[in-house]
Design a binder for this molecule. Structure first.
Ligand code: CUA
Length: 363
């Protein structure tokens, strides 16, 4: 008889140990995610450091409350549990004015302190210094376009920043709501169509950081990643100067969309392999699949056959050039809105256009 009771006790203890182990595991998952880059808890800008400090403050307060409340709860459970012999009712208590006032006032004070500290940090992140470098951020389904001051330079899914200099971002969207976020640097500002939000930070360590979209914006939301390359000012200057020179040699610099589509007979011979690399790097693949699956835009599978008969008087190659440089002149069946960026004329060179045409004519 006795051994049966003991076995039961042992079983229930084992069950508790299992539950505890699972709980620890579940708690370890976020801890693991926050331990390495791109965690906001490994800040690389002053603003991000401020946010991390706030997080640790909230965590410390929550820990104190958690330990206190759970400690009292566990103590009460064990101290006043029902014993084996005798099942007499414990003393019943109703209300305690002092306690109730305390657990109303103490949380109110904690909330007020957090509110003031948060407001201060938010305010500081809103007002950029006057000499900030200006970058315009545009969210698209599902990629980012970055424009650098008045240089006319644009990049897609890669953001270059000078180190140790305040950068102000003006953030908007061309379709649905996205959210611009570089966990280690700051940001996390909504990109809203028809509205401009601003934020700023000073990246203080050169390096490459991961950026992402922090607002669910459709099926490819998870793929809306970008790299942030923080470089010393002179490296950044050299990069932007090189880009300015390059952008002057694009097919139609500064025009969105291209005014005149060049005659493909006059452009150089294309290389399909280079074209495939451009398909990967210029953001084409985020909207046009190669395997027939529909994304934001029509698939490229079977493209060469469709292209041949698309417009009267244009060869397939000419049609491809036309739809890359002036995408909104055509609407493919089943895709009633033109959402393709019209920036390719000012980011592609003649050789790159030919390479893309060569690649697409193989699909
Ligand atoms: Cu864009 Cu999520």
């Amino acid at each position: 008889m006795k051994s049966k009771v003991q076995r039961k006790k042992l079983q229930s203890m084992q069950r508790w140990i299992l539950v505890l182990a699972l709980l620890v595991l579940v708690l370890l998952i976020p801890a693991r995610a926050l331990a390495g880059p791109p965690s906001p808890l490994i800040p690389a800008s002053e603003g991000a450091a401020e946010i991390a400090k706030l997080f640790y403050l909230v965590l410390a307060m929550a820990l104190v409350v958690f330990v206190l409340v759970e400690g009292l709860l566990v103590y009460a459970i064990f101290r006043y549990r029902r014993r084996e012999d005798g099942d007499e009712q414990p003393e019943q208590i109703h209300g305690n004015a002092t306690l109730e006032i305390m657990w109303t006032i103490v949380p109110a004070i904690i909330m007020a302190v957090l509110f003031v500290l948060t407001l201060r940090t938010l305010q500081a992140m809103r007002n950029a210094p006057r000499d900030s470098y200006q970058i315009a951020v545009e969210g698209h389904q599902w990629f980012w376009i970055f424009r650098y001051g008045d240089t006319g330079v644009t990049t897609q899914n890669v953001l270059h920043l000078p180190a140790d200099r305040p950068v102000e971002f003006t953030i908007t969207s061309k379709d649905v709501i996205h959210s611009f976020w570089v966990p280690q640097l700051g940001g996390k500002m909504d990109a809203i169509p028809g509205h401009v939000n601003t934020t700023w930070f000073v990246p203080d360590k050169p390096g490459t950081y991961a950026g992402e979209c922090a607002e669910f914006c459709g099926l490819q939301h998870y793929a809306m990643l970008f790299d942030v390359v923080v470089e010393p000012q002179d490296t950044f200057d050299a990069w932007i100067f090189h880009e300015i020179e390059l952008s002057k040699q694009t097919i139609c610099p500064g025009e969105e969309p291209c005014k005149n589509v060049p005659d493909v007979a006059t452009v150089p011979e294309g290389n399909a392999a280079n074209g495939q690399a451009l398909y990967d790097s210029k953001g084409c693949k985020s909207c046009h699949s190669l395997d027939g699956s529909p994304l934001v835009g029509p698939t490229f599978r079977g493209f060469s056959q469709r292209a041949a008969g698309r417009t009267l008087g244009e060869s397939a190659q000419q049609y491809v050039a036309h739809s890359i440089l002036r995408p909104c002149d055509f609407l493919a069946p089943g895709f009633p809105n033109c959402v393709m960026p019209q920036t390719f004329g000012s980011t592609l060179h003649a050789q790159e256009l030919s390479d893309l045409i060569a690649f697409l004519m193989q699909q």
